[in-house]
Design a protein. Structure first.
Length: 246
């Protein structure tokens, strides 16, 4: 191949990649501008406006661009977009984007923003589902907001939503990571009152949590209870106990 042909091929490749990047930037910016325009007329219907613009092809890069845009000038809007996006079919937030959202929205420094969000849903009578709350609870867990996660869990019945095992596990894990084992233990007990049962994730979280705060006897006592509920101790559970005893 001649030098001229190689130069043309290389030039075309660069232009093609630049075009794709420009198109993506235009797409995310365009969506942001559309939302800004729509929300001027209906500021209290963020999710309805987002649904009217559907279908929106979501991926991590797309979501990151949008939340970065609104974290600079409209934090509440960015947070509502993030929760809405996490509740859409064919897309799921990964750990990277949860960490990014925690950083951009500064939820560790301003945990009240989470409670304000739930209050806004209530005032606007926004129809939420259990998955909506689980996105919020995951955000709390990643952000280290155990107390706020507990409050969000307690708010779910006000929306006529019953927490499922995953929702309880998210809060229990947050409490265990905080070291609040008394509340974590209480929540695990509450699960049985609404016909839910702890699963392997629940027990491993509790075992590790008890070990981390030096309550080894309580960690060990969970093993026979696990078997009763059909959660037979596995290598992860035993490893958590052994690590805590070292």
């Amino acid at each position: 191949m001649s030098l001229f042909s190689l130069t043309r091929l290389f030039s075309f490749s660069i232009k093609s990649k630049t075009s794709k990047i420009s198109t993506l930037h235009f797409a995310t910016t365009s969506l942001g501008e559309k939302l800004d325009a729509h929300l001027q007329n209906s500021p209290n219907n963020v999710e309805k406006t987002l649904n009217s613009l559907a279908p929106i092809k979501l991926d991590t890069k797309y979501v990151n661009d949008i939340i970065h845009r609104w974290s600079l000038n409209n934090l509440q809007l960015g947070l509502r977009f993030f929760i809405w996006a996490g509740d859409q079919p064919n897309y799921k937030h990964n750990l990277y984007i949860y960490n990014k959202a925690c950083s951009l929205f500064k939820i560790k420094q301003n945990p009240q923003v989470i409670l304000d969000l739930i209050a806004t849903y209530k005032v606007e009578k926004y129809v939420v589902c259990v998955n909506t709350f689980k996105v919020v609870l995951r955000l709390c867990k990643v952000g280290g907001l155990a107390d706020e996660a507990l409050m969000v869990l307690k708010k779910m019945p006000e929306f006529n939503i019953r927490p499922d095992t995953t929702a309880y596990n998210l809060v229990i894990r947050s409490l265990c990571e905080k070291g609040d084992m008394d509340m974590a233990k209480q929540l695990m007990g509450e699960m049985g009152l609404i016909d839910l049962y702890p699963d392997m994730i629940t027990y491993v979280s509790m075992i590790k949590g008890f070990c981390d705060v030096g309550r080894l006897e309580e960690a060990y006592a969970l093993f026979p209870v696990m078997s009763v509920h059909g959660c037979y101790p596995n290598v992860v559970a035993y490893s958590a106990l052994l690590d805590g005893g070292l």
